[in-house]
Design a protein around this ligand. Structure first.
Ligand code: AMO
Length: 441
């Protein structure tokens, strides 16, 4: 008999079926054994009476055993119906159990609230919990909607290399690796390659791991994260990219409303409010506003502190009913060499950060596309243009005006779901003292 998906068992009342899945919990009531069986489509309650041979196997069964079960789908008696859960009105009367994979005794009850360290210590197990499955289902749907929407808008996906020579982002957060007799770096972003690819396909995107040697331990930093990157040619300026970003965020949100309603409910998360055009303000305006509204004086600082990001988000929520807000025009001195300076005041850039519920989730800009201007910008940053000759070819041989953004998938997921720590929205987080297991005590 073919395997039936557990989620479809309500269409099989009165029929004999064969299902397969993992045991979530077992409850013994006198001689009756109940267990919850889950597969990727749903969870059903199964009951084993002492009349069947399977009773002996069921009495040994523990959570997380993988089993194949044959039985009959019955309506539950009225007083046993649980209307709170899907399939709460049926039950599987077990005839046969075949054990496919045994599990050892679990170190804790999988429904227990675990602290983040225990959660990380036992990821192969804790990722199976309802909460984790909900988080990573949402993450998978975000990545799907990102790809799907960009493809529909005429973008071409490409894979950027992760082992690179010179890095685009500069700064100290780069991992050096041995590369045969030479040194190489792990990419902090696909920046160079996505710009080069604009010359090839005009509009491109990539989804891939990037690496940051951030030494500090915070709730927003990872040492490896998934970067959602786009780059588009023939723009007028950075505002074209911002408008496109607003539309993309709305599409992702709509897709999550269609596919992840249950997961949002389970996690107590609310879908964000995203106006057709996300509000924006210049960094200096944002700083003045923080001073006037919240009494914090950060005017003139080159960036926003984390608490300032929260304040601006609070302001945007109250003022514009928007969970998102752009901050533009960061100082040229603090932005990477490829960022386009504003013609009206070249000490500021045509670049932006996107804040979502108090956290920066995305950075983007118009890029310098003129060869001489880019070489000049590198020199001003103290970089040696000859070291970037490979990347510079793109500009030497003609590039259109272009721009794009990079967005952290884990930060985006965390903000959609209201999770405080980005690590909760990271399948296998790399931290300063952990690569799956702790590196030192
Ligand atoms: P930036 O360095 O600002 O820009 O990174 C873009 C976005 O990536 C996420 N992010 C991180 N997430 C988790 N842990 C980290 N350590 C971390 N660092 C960054 C954030 C951030 O907004 N090349 C440019 C993008 C571009 O202009 O296209 C870049 O990488 O969500």
């Amino acid at each position: 008999m073919d395997r039936t998906a557990i989620g479809e068992l309500n269409e099989k009342v009165g029929s004999e079926v064969r299902v397969a899945g993992s045991v979530s919990v077992r409850r013994d009531h006198g001689k009756l054994i109940f267990f919850d069986l889950r597969d990727q489509s749903g969870t059903v309650q199964a009951v084993v009476t002492p009349k069947v041979d399977a009773h002996k196997v069921a009495s040994e069964m523990r959570p997380e055993w993988a089993v194949r079960v044959g039985g009959v789908v019955n309506k539950r008696p009225d007083n046993m119906v649980n209307s709170e859960i899907p399939l709460g009105d049926i039950e599987l009367e077990v005839k046969e159990i075949e054990v496919l994979g045994r599990a050892q005794e679990l170190p804790f009850d999988t429904d227990a609230e675990l602290n983040i360290d225990t959660h990380l210590d036992y990821l192969p197990l804790t990722l199976r919990t309802k909460k984790s499955r909900a988080i990573f289902k949402v993450q998978s749907e975000i990545a799907y909607a990102f790809r799907d929407s960009l493809k529909k808008c005429g973008f071409t996906e490409f894979q950027a290399p992760k082992i690179i020579g010179e890095d685009a982002e500069g700064g100290a957060s780069v991992f050096e690796v041995e590369y045969f007799d030479n040194k190489a770096n792990l990419a902090q972003s696909p920046q160079f390659y996505k710009q080069i690819m604009v010359g090839v396909f005009e509009k491109v995107f990539s989804v891939g791991s990037v690496f940051r040697a951030e030494k500090h331990k915070t709730t927003r930093h990872l040492n490896e994260y998934t970067s959602l990157d786009i780059e588009m040619g023939y723009i007028e300026d950075h505002t074209d990219v911002m408008k496109f970003t607003s539309g993309l965020m709305r599409v992702i949100n709509e897709h999550l409303k269609e596919t992840c309603k249950e997961e949002f409910e389970l996690l107590g998360a609310e879908f964000p409010s995203i106006p057709e055009e996300i509000p924006y303000m210049k960094l200096r305006e944002a700083q003045e506003l923080i001073k006037a509204e919240f009494g914090e004086d950060g005017v003139g600082a080159p960036d926003l502190e984390p608490q300032h990001e929260r304040m601006i988000s609070e302001y945007a929520k109250n003022q514009f009913d928007s969970d998102f807000v752009f901050v533009t025009h960061f100082p040229t001195s603090k932005r990477p060499m490829y960022t386009y300076p504003d013609e009206e005041d070249p000490t500021y850039t045509k670049g932006f950060d996107l804040l979502f519920r108090g956290l920066e989730i995305l950075t983007g800009s118009q890029r310098i596309h003129d060869y001489d201007q880019l070489v000049e910008s590198m020199k001003k940053k103290g970089l040696v243009p000859e070291k970037f000759s490979f990347y510079l070819q793109a500009f030497k041989y003609g590039m259109p005006p272009h721009g794009g953004f990079g967005m952290g998938l884990e930060r985006l997921t965390a903000r959609f779901l209201g999770l405080d720590n980005v690590k909760e929205a990271t399948l296998f987080p790399r931290e300063i003292n952990r690569i799956d297991t702790l590196l030192s005590e």
